[in-house]
Design a binder for this molecule. Structure first.
Ligand SMILES: [Ca+2]
Ligand SMILES: [Ca+2]
Ligand SMILES: [Ca+2]
Length: 471
């Protein structure tokens, strides 16, 4: 008995220690990319002027078997090395992570004929300007008159080629799971991919999710053509969309219409964010809340990093771009911003364990201790020591209340049977032993327990039977 209890306690202690050892990543700087892969790998027709792809491979014990595709914002100088922090965070969460170099140098917002204009409303011509431009950036099939992306340089081909390279070069690392080879030409396996990005790239993720059923959509920053009429739900349901925007992003007001189309906002302007100037104490801001946030559309209002240098809209850039994101005094990304990133990426309680592998998805518990091993972490398990621990407690309470020590074996026999069978997961036998115990308490002489003690012990035993799922 005593030995059993000590074993339980030591196991819990050991798990606690292991868990804490795994929770030091928060204070580290960005991880260097695991691989930097030339954009023209496996295809000489891809031009390299958008830089190389950055790829992070999560440690084997953290991998969740999903790819995070992150597409940078639009602009001639916006290349993957400006998104190392979010790439790092994706990897730390367990995603195979690719920050993709793609044809983002002709932003949709450029004045026609280079783009579709910077207005809230779509340009008079060409019709469907933003949709066609985005389609061409995605698949390179000549849809647009304002951008010029051939098939080789499309997002689809660039992603496919880098995935093929990774799968061929590192066959043991799981990259082939993100390739669909069932058709005449290999393609990304979108069902296993989190489509994510910043601004132009965020809206490319929305387009991908319209066309394909993706694992999740992670849309960061506002985007210029959010009200150009093309944003709609398609293959991916609204429940898989998650977004983050800075309240002072110059696209904030118009992006609401994108959220509206995706079922992320009930109306526009975005309810709760209409006060001018923005109220820093607004309780809806993620800055003023603790995860889990419980909503799929997040707004923040942190000060951008002034060291990023002059840029048209530092608030816009500060949603994910390394030079402008809010940072702690030690230079690491703002914890409040990290909380929001993690929520958007699928870690609702921001403890760096994605919901799907978190034993308490809505309670921060990076240690993941689970003393009774039932798959529910101690932090959210109503009986964290499990039935065995509860029965051990009942034994203690019984012997402490008992005024006639000579009767102890009567109760010990049934409780030890209950304990032994509960540990063996023989629920039926444990339930029976507890009923026998309760009967023994009921018929015990009045000089053994007081009436109140009897009632308390029986109630405790019944609770254990409920937790065991006794019939
Ligand atoms: Ca989590
Ligand atoms: Ca948790
Ligand atoms: Ca548990």
């Amino acid at each position: 008995m005593t030995l059993l209890r000590r074993t339980l306690a030591l196991t819990a202690f050991a798990l606690l220690g292991l868990g804490y050892a795994g929770n030091v990543a928060d204070a580290q700087a960005a991880d260097p990319a695991t691989y930097e892969i030339a954009a023209n790998v496996n295809d000489a027709a891809i031009d390299t002027d958008r830089g190389a792809h950055l790829v992070w491979l999560a440690p084997a014990d953290r991998r969740v078997g999903k790819l995070l595709l992150f597409m940078p914002s639009g602009g001639p100088t916006n290349r993957p090395p400006d998104w190392k922090e979010i790439g790092t965070e994706g990897s730390r969460l367990g995603y195979h992570t690719i920050v993709l170099a793609y044809k983002n140098e002709a932003p949709i917002a450029a004045a026609p004929p280079a783009g579709c204009g910077n207005s809230v409303e779509p340009p008079a011509s060409p019709p469907n300007c933003a949709f066609d431009a985005r389609m061409e950036i995605l698949d390179g099939r000549g849809e647009s008159t304002v951008v010029n992306v051939d098939r080789a340089n499309s997002i689809e081909n660039r992603l496919t080629k880098v995935l093929q390279h990774l799968a061929e070069t590192f066959p043991a690392d799981g990259w082939s799971a993100f390739l669909d080879t069932s058709g005449p030409e290999a393609a990304p396996k979108w069902s296993e991919i989190v489509a994510g990005g910043a601004s132009l790239g965020g809206a490319q993720a929305v387009l991908i999710a319209q066309l394909h059923s993706v694992s999740r959509v992670a849309v960061f920053h506002g985007w210029t053509d959010a009200k150009h009429g093309w944003v709609a739900l398609g293959a991916t349901p609204s429940s898989k969309y998650f977004t983050l925007i800075h309240q002072r992003d110059n696209f904030f007001a118009r992006t609401c219409f994108g959220y509206l189309a995706l079922g992320l906002a009930p109306s526009c302007p975005l309810p709760g964010f209409t006060v001018v100037p923005p109220d820093p104490d607004n309780p809806l801001l993620v800055d003023n809340r603790q995860p889990p946030f419980g909503t799929r559309q997040l707004v923040f209002n942190l000060e951008p990093n002034p060291l990023g240098g002059p840029i048209n809209d530092p608030y816009h850039s500060s949603t994910t771009r390394d030079g402008w994101i809010a940072r702690e005094a030690d230079g690491t990304p703002s914890q409040k911003l990290l909380n929001a990133w993690r929520s958007v990426l699928g870690d609702s309680d921001a403890d760096q364990l994605l919901d799907e592998r978190d034993n308490c998805p809505l309670v921060a518990n990076s240690a993941q201790t689970d003393a009774d091993g039932d798959g529910e972490g101690d932090a959210c398990d109503r009986s964290p020591r499990g039935p065995a621990g509860q029965i051990a407690d009942l034994m203690d309470h019984t012997l402490a209340a008992l005024d006639r020590p000579a009767l102890a074996p009567v109760f010990k026999v049934s409780l030890e049977t209950a304990l032994r069978t509960a540990i063996a997961r023989n629920v039926h036998a444990a339930c029976l032993a507890l009923r026998i115990y309760e009967l023994a308490v009921v018929v015990a002489p009045s000089n053994a327990f007081s009436t109140a003690e009897k009632q308390a012990l029986i109630a405790e035993s019944r609770q254990i039977r409920t937790d065991l799922g006794c019939a």
